[in-house]
Write a protein that binds this ligand. Sequence first.
Ligand code: SF4
Ligand code: SF4
Length: 217
Amino acid sequence: METLQTTKMTMSANNTAATTRYHNNFLKEVEAYVEDGQWVKMCMQCGVCAGSCPLGPHWEHTPQKIFMMIRAGKRDEVLKSDSMWMCTSCYNCMARCPRKLPITHIMHGLASYAHQVGLAREKQSTRLFSVQFWNNCVKTGRLNELKLTMGLYFKDGLMAGIKQAWVMRDIGRNMMLAQRLNPFELFGGHRCKGQSGITAMLKKAREIEHQNQHPTS
Ligand code: SF4
Ligand code: SF4
């Protein structure tokens, strides 16, 4: 299993490879590496997505602005932003875009790419949740809710975790009484039957992803 240090080294290597290959052409980099990134150049900056996004006014950059920044080559500003992590997948923007850009998918693609190249904000809460969720469910093929909850409670240290667990104690007790929470899940928990199949699928998916991102390797 990858350690945190090897994960960071991989991210840094991804970042160096991408900047070397697409030096000064962030739009081309987005087209190559970001899900549905080839659509960005179709944006005509009408602003409908910015006006339709229920959360846009609370973000650093609306989708319209992000697409404009990509074309202007503002790589760091885009990939270090937390705007794309805030997208709730409501699809308002996609339903209204006159150019039919898959805006929601691009936003998630940008978030995922920012994480892959190690530029996503360390403490961004959606990123933290996504990483914990992924690491949790790929181990056994099933989500272990108790370990996920504990991971989130204790992500800021022991005392913060204990405090949070204390605040939530009534909800936890009621969930146990309703048999929605099993404390023994902490020592293992349920797993899916075809775990080796899931491992093989994930391995293949990683190979395809790597091949797509490094077509000449
Ligand atoms: S609605 Fe579509 S075309 Fe208009 S700014 Fe947004 S992405 Fe661009
Ligand atoms: S899908 Fe995301 S970007 Fe689009 S309107 Fe909803 S929250 Fe905003």
